[in-house]
Design a protein around this ligand. Structure first.
Ligand code: UDP
Length: 234
């Protein structure tokens, strides 16, 4: 195994499947299968899930809502997704704990770093819900933050494209995929990998980001084995 402990970042939209909104249980089940596969290989897995399939704070704010309130709604949306994933994983026999960045003790444990690492050592998948627990942040930044806190070796950012390209491959057929790219180049070229604060947090702490396509079955296993999938930013 190339990586013993990873932080997997899924966008909320990854749970939608072909729907326009919400959660497709079949898709959640497929994701849980892939996580189960890498757990069986002994990889310790932290997971940050977005909320964009349900609600994004910015969308509320542009329609006149108070930004902080809208972001609280966004964070609650990530908890809905976290519970769906927890449920699917547990149903497959994968021990899972959701730790919430916002206190809601009747629903999930509150995020405590030492508790998170203990769960990981015991082989439980840890889902970090409610992002960082603060408004004005994204779940990309939450992924970078939690990955650093738990000493993950890599942030694996699941997307719909199998890595970072020189141009948008859907618009430019001559676009080629980078196998590796430096953080500095990502920032200079304004390549859309994660938001700037997430990139900065990873760059400062020398935490690599692997951008890869999780819709392809087998890709997550290949990625943790260090096979050439996606683009590694380091
Ligand atoms: N959010 C927040 N603080 C955080 C993480 C998320 O306020 O630390 C809110 C924010 O409103 C965001 C929403 O939760 O729009 C959903 O997260 P995100 O947009 O990152 O989800 P994704 O795009 O990955 O589905």
């Amino acid at each position: 195994m190339k990586f013993a402990r990873i932080l997997l970042k899924l966008s909320g939209e990854a749970l939608m499947g072909d729907q326009k909104y919400g959660i497709d249980p079949a898709v959640v089940s497929m994701i849980a299968d892939q996580v189960k596969e890498i757990r069986a290989l002994g990889v310790e897995v932290g997971l940050v899930i977005g909320g964009g399939n349900i609600f994004r704070g910015v969308a509320g704010a542009t329609r006149g809502m108070d930004r902080t309130t809208a972001d609280h709604m966004g964070m609650l949306a990530t908890m809905i997704n976290a519970l769906a994933l927890q449920d699917a994983l547990e149903a497959k026999g994968v021990h899972t704990r959701t730790l919430s960045g916002l206190e809601m003790p009747k629903v999930a444990e509150s995020y405590i770093r030492r508790r998170a690492t203990r769960h990981l050592e015991k082989g439980r998948v840890v889902i970090f819900g409610a992002g960082t627990g603060n408004p004005y942040f994204s779940t990309d930044t939450a992924a970078a933050l939690r990955a650093n806190e738990i000493n993950a070796e890599v942030v694996m950012k699941a997307t719909n494209v199998d890595g970072i390209y020189t141009a948008d491959p859907k618009k430019d057929p001559s676009a080629t995929r980078f196998e590796r790219i430096a953080f500095q180049e990502v920032l200079e070229k304004g390549l859309k990998v994660m938001d700037a604060s997430a990139i900065a947090l990873c760059m400062e702490n020398h935490l690599p980001i692997l951008v890869f396509d999780m819709n392809k079955p087998g890709n997550l296993v290949a990625a943790v084995k260090g096979e050439a999938v996606g683009t590694l930013v380091s």
